[in-house]
Design a binder for this molecule. Structure first.
Ligand code: HEC
Length: 245
């Protein structure tokens, strides 16, 4: 118990330190995210996603190059950002086909929205040596509850600032140091079939997730976040294989 407390405290200090050093990154990220919002009405959703991806990569590396290079593997982080944009687009795509479908959704179609996202996250972890997770305060699957103090603080940060799309942080998980990338997940209209009103959730969800907390959301609410932990050792190994440094 005591050791746990000490560990959390250490992590909090580490987190606060990087919070401070990357503050200018966040500041510029807010600005870009706000500008992106203004253009939202003019551009298509998919283009918007690409822009968000680029804005995040831009801010991570160009916004503060010395910091990014000193602490973090740029290639791996850029790859993680791109993979998470794909993953998020996959969920939105699946949810919107369900919403637009004229036939009554079956249990099978209902199962085919967020489960494949979880499976793809596991696959990404295996392929890259990362830890890819979905994390939410109001979770449906208990495997998705916040796993440590920095994750709780990241959720709180997204909660406080609805314009913040993503950021990265230096963390040590199970004794391994690395970079952790966080990306927000918002509720869209197509999500409400399963994450809206408590009583109108599909029966399979009521049956399969008796402890479900992931309902009563409104459009635009923070649903949770993706988290990608890239251990430093893994980043170095992968780059030595691909010949990059
Ligand atoms: C067809 C029903 C359905 C729809 C539509 C749906 N979800 Fe889910 N969602 C689920 C189920 C079921 C789970 C639990 C999956 C698991 O066990 O890993 C889940 C889990 C999640 C999780 C992981 C965290 C948690 O609570 O376990 C997130 C994040 C999430 N959904 C976001 C969304 C978003 C964003 C949308 C809309 C774009 C959406 N969902 C649409 C059924 C749905």
């Amino acid at each position: 118990m005591r050791r746990d407390l000490c560990q959390s405290k250490d992590r909090a200090i580490v987190f606060n330190y990087f919070d401070f050093t990357t503050y200018s990154n966040y500041q510029s990220m807010f600005l870009i995210a706000k500008n992106l919002n203004k253009f939202r009405t003019f551009i298509s959703k998919s283009l918007n996603r690409v822009l968000i991806g680029f804005a995040i990569i831009f801010l991570l590396f160009i916004g503060n190059p010395s910091l990014a290079i000193a602490q973090t593997d740029a290639t791996q982080l850029a790859k993680a950002v791109a993979e998470i944009e794909n993953l998020d687009a996959m969920r939105s795509g699946l949810a919107s086909t369900l919403k637009d479908s004229t036939t009554e959704p079956t249990v099978q179609t209902f199962k085919e929205v967020c489960q494949p996202v979880g499976m793809r996250a596991m696959q990404l972890s295996k392929e890259n040596g990362w830890q890819v997770k979905q994390i939410a305060k109001k979770y449906r699957n208990p495997a998705h509850k916040p796993d440590n103090l920095p994750a709780q603080m990241a959720l709180a940060k997204f909660d406080r600032d609805s314009e913040l799309m993503g950021f990265w942080d230096r963390e040590t998980i199970a004794g391994e140091s690395g970079t952790r990338y966080y990306r927000r997940i918002n509720v869209e209209s197509s999500c409400l079939a399963c994450h809206g009103d408590k009583n109108s959730r599909p029966q399979f969800i009521k049956d399969k997730y008796p402890q479900d907390l992931a309902y009563n959301f409104k459009i635009g609410d923070l649903r949770g976040m993706y988290s990608v932990f890239i251990p430093d050792v893994q980043a170095a190994l992968l780059n030595s294989h691909t010949g990059e440094s």
